[in-house]
Design a protein around this ligand. Structure first.
Ligand code: KG4
Ligand code: ZN
Length: 338
């Protein structure tokens, strides 16, 4: 079965052609365009701008993955598209393009939940065993879920306020580092870490709720702590502050992941979402958990938003629908099947 995946929930416009044989996902072609440079100029995403950029990029991106050969189009069995959660303007671009293609090609649409699609990035070149626990750490969400099968997903806990990615993005702004904050804080932190002894203390900022006996987290206090710190010092080393911000976020996610494994004893643990591209998080999570369970972390190119994960999710959990029954839902929760 061959699926064309389409992703436009935020500032990436992506398409991919993905085939499933037996239990493996085979990527035929994939393309991602990003409007991140535009958002760097405004220090964050203005939804209207993101939607306009989606409109410009969507046809070229689809063209790149399918081209104009009739045989390639005929071979597509269904179109998978992110219907939520995300920004309504950007989401509508992908959903309406998918509906148009569905109408013209007479193929059904598989609506996909963006958050669960991040989890399915772990199935791209691998097969996590059930029961699994996953944590999705992205720009807008930080959620733990359990999966006893593809059909059975339950929310276990998550952030009570800001998402982990949001904490990176907002604190980077306070340090005058460019948007998106995750990669820029990470690069700045790397500079500090590479010049310091391995056991240097990185405990300037608090880790709220790290010891609470649940999977709840809180990242909004980090912004205030960084703001107070930067206001109270005439001089500070930005790279050192970046390393401390990164460590507070990483330590919290690792501690909660450890708690999730102790409590639920899954056969697989999956780290997913844009923040899972963070090198320090990947290293510390693997070091802390790999003796306890089988840990899956997608390749970096499949950690941040892409369409391969959308098509992969559709292969495992998709319900094909006629185009008229598909609509965008910006507030979809991680447990909801669109
Ligand atoms: O999943 P994603 O690509 O888009 C959403 O669904 O939100 O996640 C984007 C988030 C942003 O907050 C970005 O700063 C963060 O992921 N991010 C990172 C890294 N790369 C992206 N955070 C930390 N380290 C990174 N290397
Ligand atoms: Zn995402």
């Amino acid at each position: 079965m061959v699926i064309l995946g389409i992703e436009t929930s935020c500032d990436e416009t992506a398409a991919a052609l993905v085939e499933k044989t037996d239990n493996t996902i085979n990527v035929i072609s994939s393309s991602v365009a990003t409007s991140v440079d535009m958002h760097a100029k405004t220090g964050g995403i203005i939804p209207e701008n993101a939607a306009r950029e989606q409109i410009k990029a969507i046809v070229p991106v689809i063209d790149q993955v399918i081209g104009k050969e009739k045989a390639v189009i005929e071979n597509i069995d269904a179109i998978a598209v992110t219907t939520g959660p995300g920004l309504i303007g950007p989401l509508l671009v992908g959903v309406e393009v998918a509906k148009t293609l569905s109408f013209v090609w007479d193929k059904s649409i598989i609506p996909v939940n963006h958050l669960m699609a991040h989890v399915y990035a772990a199935w791209i070149n691998d097969t996590p065993a059930f029961p699994a626990v996953a944590v999705v750490v992205s720009g807008g969400h930080t959620d733990f879920v359990s999966m006893t099968s593809h059909a059975d997903v339950a929310w276990l806990g998550g952030t009570r306020d800001d998402a982990a990615g949001e904490a990176f993005d907002k604190t980077a702004r306070l340090l005058d580092l460019p948007y998106p904050g995750g990669p820029s804080i990470s690069a700045s932190a790397e500079q500090f870490l590479s010049s310091k002894p391995k056991d240097v203390k990185l405990d300037i900022f608090p880790r709220p709720m790290i010891d609470s006996e649940d999977l709840d987290m809180s990242f909004s206090g980090l912004k205030t702590a960084v703001l107070n710190f930067t206001k109270s010092k005439a001089n500070f080393d930005t790279n050192e502050i970046s390393a401390n911000i990164q460590e507070a976020i990483v330590d919290t996610i690792v501690a909660k992941s450890k708690f999730a494994i102790e409590k639920y004893k899954p056969k697989s643990f999956i780290l997913a979402g844009g923040v899972s591209a963070n090198k320090r998080l990947r290293e510390k999570l693997l070091a802390a958990l790999q003796d306890e369970t089988h840990v899956f972390i997608p390749e970096i190119k499949h950690s941040t938003d892409n369409a391969v994960m959308i098509a992969a999710a559709a292969h495992f959990v998709g319900k094909p629908l006629p185009w008229a029954e598909v609509s965008a839902n910006p507030n979809l929760s991680i447990e909801e099947r669109p």
